[in-house]
Design a protein around this ligand. Sequence first.
Ligand SMILES: [Mn+2]
Length: 275
Amino acid sequence: MNEENTWVIGDVQGCYCHLKKLLSHEEIISNPKARFWFAGDLVNRGPDSLGAIEYIMSLDEKSVCVLGNHDLNLLGVFAGLKEYSKSDHLNDILHSSNSTNIINWLRHRPLAHFEHNYLMVHAGVLPQWDINKVMSLASEIQELLRSANWQKTIKKIFGNKVTQWNEDLTGGKRIRAIVNALTRIRFCNADGSMNFSQKKSPENRETKQLIPWFNMPDRATKNIKIVFGHWSSLGLFIKENIMCLDSGCVWGRNMTAMRLKDKKTIQISCKDLSN
Ligand SMILES: [Mn+2]
């Protein structure tokens, strides 16, 4: 996949019609070599999760998607291991005749993708993990999700309880620590543990001791360019090595695509989704 033609897209969240509009932008559609990276959370809160995921599946080799917390939630609900919540909008997928294909495709997606010195994850990484560690921990989970008894893993995946990484963690605690970091992290405590109490932006955080994961001192991935989504209150945030692409389409803000080679962005307004 060529850096020149690769566009990274933040959380789609079932906003299919905006995704189509974004990918029909002249600059993208005029390039037959265009490729797409999706930073996870393809489904859930928006109006057409089925349309969005089937469209992304149809892009096949033209796209790379990493799993987000809402995608894992869909796997949990499908497996009957997670309760359908009031804010879930997944019935179109669950009741589709294509649901088994969709679920099988989804559970084969990676949790981290590394190419052209760019790492893509849905949420972030822990400060002590270097790039090799990130990729090997992600593949531990990928292997479990791709196995025939993937439901056993999904059963252990949800919960806030494990916030501190330790190489000796095993079983469900290890799974939760890895998944929570890659798909849910926003802030760390000063000791490097994860804090899930706040979803606000770094400026508006209520507990000033909390540190955005990417600002942790001595982070072992400092020299790697990291693209991610998940943090809609941080919004579109593009620094040299840190790029958040979740510009809050499902909250009536924007859906954004960023070209890897020059960080050029294209945005579609999703105002019609605000309420
Ligand atoms: Mn998310």
